[in-house]
Design a protein around this ligand. Structure first.
Ligand code: FDA
Length: 306
């Protein structure tokens, strides 16, 4: 209930204005976001890599209806990839980038988003690394998978994200479980209706296990994106027939950092999803919705200082 309410409030313009303008919001944001500048992203990446973790960087922003803004996002990724390459951080895919198609024009025109994403894929490829297309709300799923299929013709290493809460996802996992296919499986972070998505946490967890089983039994490269201790343990068991390095764990920056390190120290590949940039509002709201404790932390910070 609370999760639905926060995700609904996140779409309210007044709430957005108040939260985005509150001076203390920034400090709370720091827990989940590496910083606003490209230098922050590069510094955080170097620091995580020095402890044996790998990284996927997300330039924050989504839902643009402005082609100029979409182009600015492409340029931000090109600069980022350049800087990471220069710093020697991209080799072997140790740092890749995550891209939201709605940030590069999907709501304006699918072809524009595809061409923009292709430009980023080309730069990532030249820097020795990959792109993963984040998955957004269910109205974009078909379009995102279409763009993925087109990009994979030229850049077969391009990764997909599938959300276990959608009824369709087990089939999508089957379709994307072939050799060379990189699939990040997450629970799903958006507010979705019962017609398309499981609503109860128990149903979502069960769906996650079904989907993960398909991916682990397939020939692709599963990316287990969850902080849930039970699912991480189940993933370990489902991966027993695989060698370490033929799949990976993924967690968000600032969440369960000890667990990230424990898995990496045990020889697992662990990728930390690191957002940076000043368009942090939507990302913050999804993190707050996932965990009431984060909301309490956020409200307390606002109440004590502003
Ligand atoms: P769940 O939410 O049940 O949390 C399990 C435990 O993890 C909690 O009990 C708590 O200990 C810890 N935890 C989880 N979230 C926390 C938080 N916000 N703050 C503090 N502790 C927290 N979604 C999407 O729709 N599209 C996408 O492209 C992506 N991409 C993506 C990449 C990566 C690397 C990750 C890890 C996640 C995503 N997600 C996503 C988000 C995902 O769908 C989901 O909303 C979150 O991962 C939370 O779900 P969990 O599986 O972690 O379980």
């Amino acid at each position: 209930m609370l999760r639905q309410a926060i995700l609904a409030a996140a779409r309210n313009d007044t709430v957005k204005r108040v939260v985005a303008a509150a001076p203390l919001s920034r400090n709370v944001v720091r827990r989940f976001v590496s910083g606003e500048a490209v230098d922050d992203a590069v510094r955080t990446t170097a620091s995580l890599q020095s402890t044996g973790l790998t990284v996927s960087l997300d330039h924050l922003g989504e839902d643009t209806l402005d082609a100029g803004q979409a182009e600015a996002t492409v340029q931000a990724y090109l600069l980022l990839l350049d800087r990471l390459h220069e710093a020697g951080l991209t080799g072997g895919g140790r740092t890749e980038v995550s891209v939201k198609l709605t940030a590069v024009g999907q709501a304006i025109d699918e072809g524009l988003a595809r061409d923009n994403a292709r430009t980023i894929c080309r730069a990532a490829h030249a820097a020795g690394t990959t792109v993963t297309l984040d998955m957004e709300d269910h109205t974009t799923t078909d379009s995102t998978l279409r763009v993925l299929a087109e990009l994979r013709q030229e850049f077969p290493e391009t990764g997909a994200v599938l959300q276990a809460y959608l009824h369709r996802t087990e089939d999508d996992c089957r379709a994307l479980s072939g050799a060379g296919s990189r699939v990040r499986l997450c629970k799903g972070a958006y507010r979705e209706p019962a017609e398309v998505a499981f609503q109860s946490p128990a149903e979502v967890d069960r769906a996650y296990v079904r989907c993960l089983r398909v991916l682990m039994q397939g020939e692709g490269y599963p990316m287990v994106a969850s902080h849930d201790p039970r699912l991480v343990a189940i993933a370990g068991r489902l991966a027993e027939h695989r060698s370490q390095g033929s799949y990976e764990y993924q967690m968000l920056f600032g969440i369960r950092t000890l667990e990230q390190q424990r898995l990496a120290d045990a020889g697992e590949t662990v990728r930390v999803y690191v957002p940076y940039g000043d368009e942090w509002y939507g990302y913050l709201m999804r993190r707050l919705a996932e965990r009431p404790a984060n909301l309490v932390f956020f409200l307390r910070a606002l109440a004590t200082r502003s």
